[in-house]
Design a protein around this ligand. Structure first.
Ligand SMILES: Cc1cc2nc3c(=O)[nH]c(=O)nc-3n(C[C@H](O)[C@H](O)[C@H](O)COP(=O)(O)OP(=O)(O)OC[C@H]3O[C@@H](n4cnc5c(N)ncnc54)[C@H](O)[C@@H]3O)c2cc1C
Length: 668
């Protein structure tokens, strides 16, 4: 994008005094406006200064940035705590026209001292743009010092975040919860996690942890075990605390909200809503809670008795869950509105397995299953003695000689790993691309290989093969990888005449899921996509019908736990605003969070000045033999000392980003 000036990541672009058509491009992505009504003309943060256009005032922006650094400083290390305060005071003098050239020298010296001697990102990365502002805008400072310039009083919203936090859809303050673990303050750690998500156990067990892919420690040696430390904080409370949680806001407001679906999105939204004082009832068609985290993710990854305890916490806070109620059939928008419901959150996920599109699939051949249904049956059977769920009728789970699972995502991995545990001797994946393109989490692929699953790559299923009405195999065609398509992804191309039959007495389709949104017939103005997902505002999750919000997989399509929880957090804020009669929208801090994510808080190529070689402490797992012999949890939990040691590897890479919004109000 074309900008007037930038020092971003040490690349100087100075278009001041040049006609706009001669401006050089800047590689940073910033939106053209702060929001619908307000311009964005500048940005200052950990990577430098960017000026998009007039009007701007770099001195006032730097002064506000110094103040933001002081407010973001945790105060634990002296140079940052005191240094940023002195910086703030010096800027106050300068903006009041009482500054001097010596003050500028002192500012530069302070910035260097703070950067060199601070222990976290605020102090280490924060001051550099202030030095740059003095270096490249000295005349502007001089104008203030000589009393020729007055601060325009623009608005400077800012956000403190970290690369890991910015990558987390819930916006969790990860460095803070890790710091609490390091200091042995486990209750505070869980409290911090719960400000962003009530599902520390579920996320700590099965989140795909985008945070760890944006961990600056990875630039030094290996990323921090952020996900498993979250589980540690929850496990610790589970094993040590017996008090019921308190919700001082419980039922302090009269409005009723209906949440449809007791999956991670529905439960999380219900949690944030009861904390705002609303009466919340979750309607769930099944007898079990947790959505796909219960029915899909197997017991050996998320034990269901543990999940039940996690959700009990929400019930103690005031969330009511009604099981066996199918929305669209047992209750509708009209029936619930007539009972006083003032807002809805639709979180029905996507629980219909996609068909493979092979010959014979419509013939109801015994032995052919959808991955979602079979995983649910397995969980119901495996957990029937562990978790007593009223109304749960476990189905018979067939155990084949040879099972072929078609697909290479996480559902496919859960199917094969479950069949290994059920004692099936010949467990296979059939995938039409290569290992490199597998969408499953690499950890799951590794575990499946370790447990004895066979992988058949570059094979596309074409036909179910039967003998006397009995399933005996799957006809497949060999594929080869062709040229990349418009998306840049190489497409598999069939090899003519290469069909052959893979033997099987069970075939499971695990190539994706669809959403069942038939209940929307009653509200035809709510828009849907061609993939049968619900269209909402991407920031507030409000649909075209003002009292109806939606989130999770039914909006994104099948995705992941942490995105579903992130949607729920935003939607609950929107529902709260709607019910309180406020305008439904984002806060300035949320807009900043999005701007920072757009710029990219994490730089994989950054040379991080830290000593290498402090090895990551991974969570211990059970032996391979124990793993494949039962549905017991594979990961055994962190011993306390290991968790504290792992937490100490965190470098607290906090950063501050600030925008210049040229509307009056909020300078100094
Ligand atoms: C097998 C499998 C493995 C997975 N593994 C992982 C993993 O390791 N990590 C990860 O991050 N993600 C994983 N995912 C994805 C993750 O589970 C989902 O993205 C997440 O559960 C979505 O949450 P949700 O609340 O939107 O929907 P869901 O979890 O699907 O919950 C929707 C709930 O709504 C209920 N419902 C549906 N229709 C109605 C209705 N009409 N009336 C009342 N109730 C209704 C359903 O019964 C269900 O309980 C996996 C998914 C599957 C299927």
């Amino acid at each position: 994008m074309k900008v007037l000036f930038s020092t971003w990541k040490d690349k100087l672009i100075d278009n001041r005094g040049k006609p706009q058509d001669a401006w050089v491009d800047c590689p940073v992505k910033l939106p053209e406006a702060f929001d619908q009504n307000r311009k964005l003309t500048g940005f200052i943060g950990w990577g430098g200064i960017i000026i998009l256009n007039e009007p701007y005032d770099v001195v006032e922006m730097a002064a506000n940035y110094a103040k933001a650094l002081q407010q973001s400083s945790c105060g634990k290390c002296f140079p940052c705590r005191v240094g940023t305060k002195v910086m703030e005071d010096l800027y106050s003098k300068i903006l009041d026209g009482k500054g001097s050239a010596d003050d500028l020298k002192q500012l530069e010296g302070l910035c260097e001292t703070i950067s060199k001697n601070s222990k976290c990102g605020i102090g280490q990365l924060g001051p550099e743009p202030i030095i740059q502002s003095i270096q490249y805008f000295r005349d502007d400072y001089q104008a203030y010092i000589s009393g020729l310039k007055k601060a325009p009083g623009f608005h400077y919203p800012y956000k403190m975040t970290a690369p890991c936090t910015s990558a987390c859809p819930t916006g969790m303050d990860i460095p803070l919860y890790i710091e609490h673990i390091k200091e042995g303050n486990f209750a505070e750690s869980l409290k911090t996690i719960r400000t962003a998500s009530p599902m520390a156990s579920t996320l700590g067990r099965a989140c795909f942890h985008p945070c760890e892919n944006s961990c600056r420690r990875d630039n030094v040696d290996r990323s921090l075990a952020i996900c498993k430390l979250k589980r540690f904080a929850w496990d610790y409370e589970d094993q040590h605390v017996t008090d019921k949680p308190e919700n001082p806001m419980k039922h302090t407001r009269p409005e009723k909200v209906a949440v449809v679906g007791a999956g991670p999105a529905g439960l999380s939204c219900a949690y944030y809503l009861v904390l705002q004082g609303f009466h919340v009832t979750v309607f769930e068609k099944l007898p079990t809670l947790g959505g796909a985290a219960w029915t899909g993710i197997p017991h050996y990854r998320i034990p269901k008795h543990i999940m039940a305890r996690e959700v009990k916490y929400l019930e103690d806070l005031g969330v009511e869950i009604k099981f066996g109620v199918e929305f669209g059939k047992d209750e509708t928008f009209a029936s619930l509105r007539s009972k006083g419901v003032k807002a809805f959150f639709l979180a029905t996920g996507g629980d219909i397995s996609k068909e493979m599109g092979v010959e014979g699939e419509k013939d109801n051949i015994p032995g052919v299953y959808g991955g979602i249904a079979i995983l649910k049956d397995i969980t119901d059977n495996v957990t029937k003695d562990v978790v007593k769920v009223p109304g749960l009728v476990p189905a018979h789970v067939p155990i084949p000689q040879t099972v072929l699972v078609v697909g290479a995502g996480n559902t496919a991995m859960d199917c094969v790993r479950s069949y290994i545990r059920l004692g099936c001797k010949d467990v296979n994946i059939v995938y039409r691309r290569t290992k490199k393109e597998m969408p499953a989490d690499p950890h799951e692929v590794h575990e499946s290989e370790d447990e004895g699953v066979k992988f058949n790559f570059l094979l596309a299923p074409t036909k179910l093969v039967t003998e006397n009405g009995k399933l005996v195999g799957l006809e497949c065609q060999k594929m080869e990888m062709g040229q990349p398509d418009e998306s840049g992804r190489r497409k598999p191309v069939p090899v003519k005449g290469s069909e052959f039959v893979l033997k099987a007495d069970m075939i499971i389709s695990a190539i994706g899921q669809d959403c069942d949104i038939r209940f929307l017939k009653e509200e035809p103005t709510i828009k849907t996509t061609k993939w049968n997902t619900i269209v909402t505002n991407e920031d507030t999750f409000q649909t075209a019908v003002p009292d109806v919000f939606a989130g999770g997989d039914v909006v994104s399509g099948p995705l992941n736990l942490v995105t579903a929880v992130g949607h729920a957090r935003r939607a609950a804020q929107g529902i709260g605003q709607f019910l309180r009669g406020e305008s439904v929208g984002q806060t300035d801090a949320q807009i900043m969070e999005k701007i920072i994510a757009g710029i990219g808080a994490y730089d994989r190529t950054e040379e991080v000045p830290q000593a290498k070689g402090w090895n990551r402490k991974d969570m211990p797992i059970c032996s391979r033999q124990d793993k494949v012999a039962s549905f017991n949890e594979v990961e055994l939990g962190y011993p306390l000392e290991d968790a504290m040691e792992e937490a100490a590897r965190c470098m607290r890479c906090y950063i501050v980003g600030m925008a210049c919004v040229p509307v009056q109000g909020g300078a100094k």
